[in-house]
Design a binder for this molecule. Structure first.
Ligand code: ADP
Ligand code: MG
Length: 242
């Protein structure tokens, strides 16, 4: 790996909800082309970080720099246009639209901004990539969990993002489905995307990540190579709730 300027940098990023400091002055750099694992116990701020970086929640303090641009405080549609896509921990497709329409819509209105015909072609490409072609005309409610998770992925990818924020896409999948998803995530990176990957499935974290960071109570407590960081006593204690 060659050193390069960070694609994403957050400086002293903070987010407070009523009575909860969900993110507490987090400093973080994500390098172009890497897969960064974002770990931490439940409630440590992982989803909040994704929500703030993708512009879905306003921040309480700090800065967000993306590809050298200051995007601090930019709303979700601007983050999307800049090239940041995300998945939701709980999939959120448009319920009344088919799988194909869901993915096409993102291709039209994500950072790719394709005209409709081209967007539909782009959508088919990502349905093929995620193995969902046969379900193209189904409604999201007719999909099983594995297919709903892969639809989340297809929707994120159809925006042609430079940075993909994945929030627990593997949770609830069978071991075989997890292997399939690991392969997909590798291929996403090989196509040039940078990935931030929130995940509890350690096998996937070990297989995929170049580096991990660990949050606890909204603070970044450790970062480095997964195998090393998971031995860190502060990290072990965080997971044990100490
Ligand atoms: P994680 O994804 O690491 O499990 P979250 O980022 O979801 O953790 O939550 C971090 C903290 O912020 C938790 O205490 C959670 O209850 C709180 N929180 C998250 N989202 C909201 C919200 N929309 N309103 C109020 N509190 C929230
Ligand atoms: Mg979460």
């Amino acid at each position: 790996t060659t050193p390069s300027a960070p694609l994403l940098e957050v400086r002293a990023l903070s987010k407070a909800f009523k009575g909860v400091q969900a993110l507490d002055k987090v400093n973080l750099q994500v390098r172009q082309g890497e897969i960064l694992g974002l770990l931490g116990p439940n409630g440590s701020g992982k989803s909040t970080l994704i929500n703030v970086v993708s512009g879905h929640y306003p921040l309480s303090g700090g800065e967000i720099l993306f590809d050298g641009r200051n995007l601090t405080g930019a709303p979700a549609h601007r983050m999307a246009h800049a090239g940041i896509a995300r998945t939701y921990q709980i999939p959120r497709p448009f319920a009344h639209m088919t799988v194909l329409q869901n993915v096409s819509l993102v291709a039209m209105f994500g950072c790719a901004s394709l005209p409709q015909k081209q967007a539909v072609r782009e959508a088919w490409k990502w349905l093929e990539f995620t193995g969902l072609q046969a379900r193209a005309h189904a409604l999201p409610e007719d999909l099983n969990l594995h297919q709903r998770k892969f639809l989340e992925l297809a929707r994120a990818l159809a925006a042609r993002p430079r940075l993909v924020l994945l929030d627990e896409v593997l949770s609830g999948l069978t071991p075989g489905e997890i292997n399939e998803a690991i392969e997909l995530i590798r291929r996403i990176r090989d196509q040039g995307a940078t990935i931030v990957f929130v995940e509890h499935v350690m096998r996937a974290v070990m297989a995929l990540t170049d580096r991990i960071v660990v949050l606890n109570h909204g603070k970044l407590i450790a970062q480095g190579e997964a195998a090393e960081v998971m031995k860190d006593s502060e990290v072990v204690n965080a997971y044990l709730g100490k």
